[in-house]
Design a protein. Structure first.
Length: 226
């Protein structure tokens, strides 16, 4: 016997016709991803792959932001044989998201994510350092002369940050320096966000145009910083 068994259920009673039909229909479509636990960034593109029985010719894709209580259309009808759809995530921030795929001809033939996944917010950071700033951007003197460390340098006073961020080489010539990003929580304005209100920190590279290095995604308390 080839292949693998994904799921098996044992019942201590006979199933009625409705239950048998439901189990059969639910086996015709399977959502592969997202299936729970993913943390995806709003506005980014992710593939939704699926598996279908050969009798399924077209499908509908929906998503929920409240664990399946309400569903919103992603795509109304696409060929099932494609087996994947490139989804640009909406700006719908939630920790209780699911995806559902259903057969156009019979919506009862469907499957949804087993568990919830998260759509997170993105913050675009720009930081300019006074010393290397010239004109409209900064000059990467430390990088040019080889003075940038390969590991985050904030593991000493006054920062005392114990993160393990490191690289084997400086990734590109636009890197200015390391930066330590802090997320602070306060009920007042920015002036009340003191060092006592820090809830998360992470080190990353700062580029000469003031942005955090693309690809170094900072995940701070459920928010993604690019």
């Amino acid at each position: 016997m080839n292949g693998a068994i994904d799921e098996a259920r044992v019942y201590n009673r006979p199933l009625d016709d409705t239950e048998v039909l439901k189990l059969y229909k639910n086996s015709l479509i399977k959502v592969v991803t997202p299936n729970g636990g993913e943390n995806w960034l709003a506005g980014t593109q992710h593939d939704i792959p699926w598996q279908v029985n050969s009798t399924i010719d077209s499908i509908r894709i929906e998503y929920s932001n409240d664990n399946g209580d309400n569903w919103f259309l992603v795509v109304d009808s696409i060929p099932a044989i494609g087996y994947s759809f490139a989804w640009i995530l909406p700006n719908d921030i939630s920790e209780n998201c699911k995806v559902r795929i259903s057969f156009i001809a019979d919506p009862e033939v469907s499957d949804e994510s087993d568990f919830c996944f998260k759509i997170s917010s993105a913050f675009n950071l720009k930081v300019f350092l006074e010393g290397p700033f010239f004109g409209t951007q900064m000059t990467p003197f430390l990088n040019i002369f080889g003075y940038l460390p390969l590991s985050q340098p904030y593991n000493k006073p006054p920062w005392n940050y114990n993160g393990t961020e490191s690289v084997t080489s400086i990734p590109n010539s636009d890197v200015i320096d390391w930066a330590l990003v802090e997320l602070r929580e306060t009920t007042g304005d920015a002036s009340t966000a003191t060092s006592d209100s820090v809830v998360a920190r992470q080190a990353a590279f700062l580029l000469k145009d003031g942005t955090i290095l693309a690809g170094m995604v900072l995940v701070l308390c459920g928010f993604l910083w690019m």
